[in-house]
Design a protein around this ligand. Structure first.
Ligand code: 13P
Ligand code: SF4
Length: 334
C-alpha cells in the first residue's frame, strides 16, 4: 500500500488509526497526551496525564520520538529534558494564553525590579521565561514546593495571577504576581455556577487553580487535572460540577461510567466556550502527519535549554514523589 505523506480529510478513520499504530512502532515513538486533548487522541495515546506527569514521562522515556499531544510549552519541556529525542507537536500553533501573557523582554525588567525575590514560575510559559526562573512549578506540586521555602522568602510568582493569588492564600507567603491569566479558566461564570449548584445541591464542585477566586470560592476541591480526576473517582458522590477544560471529563466518564460529570458553564450558560482553543488545534489527522513526516519539530537553542533545565530539575527535586501523583503507567490513561 502507498501511504500518503499528508493525511487527506477523506482517509477513513480506521485506516488512519492503523497507520498511526504502524508508524509509532516503526519509529519507536511514544504518544503523550494531556487531559484536555480530544477523546480520540487520549484513547490512542500511550500515556495521558497532567503537566507534571507528562514531564516525568518525557524525561524517562526510551522512545526515539516523542509525539506531544498538548500545547507547545509542554512539548518544549519534553525537548529541554530529552534533547537527544525528536519531539514533534501535531500543530505548532498550539500555544497557550498564559505563555503569551508573559513576553521575555517585559518579564526580565519586572524580575530585575525584585532582586531579593525568588522567581517561581508556572510551567505554562516559554523556555525563555523558564531560563530566567529559579524554580518551575505545576498545579500538582506548587503548594508542596512553596511550603519548603523559608517563611520569610519573598517570591515572584508568574505568569498566572489567579494561581498566584490562590497559592499566596494557601501558603501565607509574600508574593508579587505577574498579571497573566488563562483565557479558558477566566470564562467560567460565577452567576451560572451558583445557578447550577442550586440545581444540583448534592454535586461537589471541583476546580482548577487557574480559575479566578470568584469561582474557586465555590469549590469543594481545587487541584491540577490529575488531582481533580483522583478526587471525583475517590469521592462517594454520584455527580460533580467540573470547573476546568471539559476534555478531562472523558477520563472521568471512562473511569466512573456510573457517575455524572457536568462542565461548569461560561457566561452564556454553555460550557463549550471553555474548550481550550490551542489544545483543540491538534487532531488525529495532524497527529498522523507529524508521526509520518516527523515535522513540525520542537527546537530549543542550547544556551536557553541549559538555563531552563536548572529550574526544571529544581522542580523535580522538590516535588512530591511520583507515587502520590498518580504516576505514569504504561498502557493507557492513568
Ligand atoms: P495541569 O498541569 O493541571 O494538567 O494544567 C495544565 C493546564 O494547562 C491547565 O490549563
Ligand atoms: Fe494554556 Fe489555558 Fe489552554 Fe491551559 S487551558 S493550555 S493554561 S490556554
Amino acid at each position: 500500500m502507498t501511504i500518503p505523506l499528508t493525511a487527506k480529510a477523506t482517509m477513513p478513520k480506521a485506516e488512519l488509526l492503523s497507520e498511526i499504530n504502524r508508524l509509532r512502532k516503526e519509529k519507536n515513538a511514544v504518544i503523550l497526551a494531556h487531559y484536555y486533548q480530544d477523546a480520540e487522541i487520549q484513547d490512542l495515546a500511550d500515556f495521558v496525564g497532567d503537566s507534571l506527569d507528562l514531564s516525568r514521562k518525557a524525561a524517562a522515556t526510551d522512545a526515539d520520538v516523542i509525539v506531544f499531544c498538548g500545547v507547545r510549552f509542554m512539548a518544549e519541556v519534553a525537548k529541554i529534558l530529552s534533547p537527544e529525542k525528536t519531539v514533534v507537536l501535531p500543530d505548532m500553533d498550539a500555544g497557550c494564553s498564559l505563555e503569551d501573557s508573559c513576553p521575555p523582554d517585559r518579564f526580565i525588567k519586572f524580575r530585575d525590579k525584585y532582586p531579593d525575590h525568588l522567581c517561581i514560575t508556572y510551567i505554562n510559559c516559554s523556555a525563555d521565561i523558564k531560563a530566567m526562573s529559579d524554580i518551575i512549578i505545576t498545579s500538582s506540586n506548587a503548594e508542596h514546593i512553596i511550603n519548603q521555602l523559608p517563611e520569610n522568602q519573598k517570591i515572584i510568582l508568574a505568569p498566572d495571577r489567579h494561581l498566584g493569588a490562590y497559592l499566596a492564600k494557601k501558603t501565607g507567603r509574600d508574593m508579587v504576581l505577574w498579571p497573566g491569566s488563562c483565557i479558558v479558566h477566566e470564562r467560567f461564570s460565577e452567576k451560572e455556577l451558583i445557578k447550577l449548584k442550586a440545581e444540583h445541591p448534592d454535586a461537589p464542585v471541583t476546580a482548577h487553580p487557574e480559575c479566578p477566586d470568584h469561582i474557586l470560592r465555590h469549590a469543594d476541591h481545587v487541584g491540577s487535572t490529575s488531582s481533580i480526576l483522583k478526587f471525583v473517582l475517590e469521592n462517594p458522590a454520584e455527580k460533580f460540577l467540573v470547573a476546568t477544560e471539559p476534555g478531562i471529563i472523558h477520563q472521568m466518564q471512562k473511569s466512573a461510567p456510573h457517575k455524572t460529570f457536568i462542565g461548569a458553564p461560561g457566561a452564556d450558560g454553555n460550557c463549550n466556550c471553555n474548550q481550550c482553543p490551542f489544545m483543540a488545534l491538534n487532531t488525529i489527522e495532524k497527529l498522523y502527519n507529524c508521526l509520518n513526516t516527523l515535522e513540525p519539530q520542537i527546537e530549543v537553542d542550547e544556551i536557553t535549554r541549559i538555563k531552563a533545565l536548572a529550574p526544571l530539575n529544581k522542580m523535580f527535586e522538590m516535588s512530591p514523589p511520583a507515587a502520590s501523583n498518580r504516576p505514569p503507567k504504561s498502557g493507557r490513561a492513568f
